[in-house]
Ligand binder design. Sequence first.
Ligand code: SF4
Ligand code: SF4
Length: 413
Amino acid sequence: MDLRPGADSCYKCTSCDTSCPVAEVDDSFPGPKFQGPEQWRLKRKEDTEIDDSIMGCSNCMRCDGACPSDVPLSQMHNSARGEYVDNQMDKLSREYIRNRILANYGTLARLGSKVPRLTNAVMGNSLVQKVNEKVLGITAERDFPEFADETFRSWWKKRGGPKVQSEEKRIAYFHGDYANYNTVEVAKALVRVYEEFGYEILVPDQRCSGTPMFANGMLDDARRSAKVNVENLGDAIENGYDIVASCTSCSMALRQEYPEQFDLDGTETVAANTYDALEYLLINENVIDPIRAVDGDELDLPDFAYHAPCHSRNQGLDRQAVELFRHLDGVGVEDVGDSCSGISGTYGWKEEKYDYSMAIGEEMFEHMEHAEGETGMTECPTCSMQMEHGTGYEINHPLEVLEKALVETDVEV
Ligand code: SF4
Ligand code: SF4
């Protein structure tokens, strides 16, 4: 795709550079202005190679929101990274193999979740972690996310699917890999909360949203996933379902990255009918009144330190959880500021990026520790890992808090 015309809108104000968390901590990273408009301007047909520093971009997308001139920065970065990986990267290199494994977490998870206890024991072994770091370049500093005893999809099947039938209120749930294999309690919370509001839920066949593939320049892998997702989600839309995701990086991929990168039939329809789970409820239901009616002191809920993920910020959803839960009496929710958590999906799992990732997250860790609540809250599973890693706090998803407040009490919704 030729993105040079977009580059002409850049007037070199450097707002994108000053918003880039990677450029702030990594002196070797030239920043979004260079990676985006400058690189695309330099490209004359096929005669200029992509600068290898493009692999330093974490795909946090903060530069997109910073640009006053609507330069399609992250689209430029994703396209350049894809071109770099396809044409310039050694496919036998450790970096390529490691990135391919990280980008295709779902493949690993599918196998690992068949024997979750054994996988958890093996992946949690410090010797295995050291070997992973030496051989593959996956940092040994982090604990591998544990697999749940039962995937969300098998729980859903055993349960017999939806408990609520409705012609008018229908959502198709895009759970993504992480809520299916790891944080199954978040997926279950979504089901219980939405059924409480009278929604019929469909759980369509699906693949990874592709976010980690975009971030690693694996555009062919992302395209394969996107094709399956767009087809299945498109069918659900035709049958009257809206698409709802519990991870803000998943909703962002379906809404922004698919239409930017792929010309698949139905991509625009899927993008236009996809929502974040909390966002969709706030648009369509009166959530605030029942939340106000809850006696927060009777709930077994702590105060929370809330972090808005960059990909939620990118969709304009950064204040929604704080704005909602401020109506929940007796439970404090404090926004810990607008800094990036630093993990950015697979970025913080790379051995050579780990220290940068922690340096980026430092501001968030400090704010969390100064906040009154000693439990974290966020919508993004990898931000959640980083929050826990940097502070030792337990982290909840807003849907889990909503479940406690509205489903486990007698409050009418
Ligand atoms: S996406 Fe994030 S890391 Fe990449 S250039 Fe933009 S701000 Fe920097
Ligand atoms: S923020 Fe936009 S206009 Fe300003 S330098 Fe970056 S790309 Fe150019």
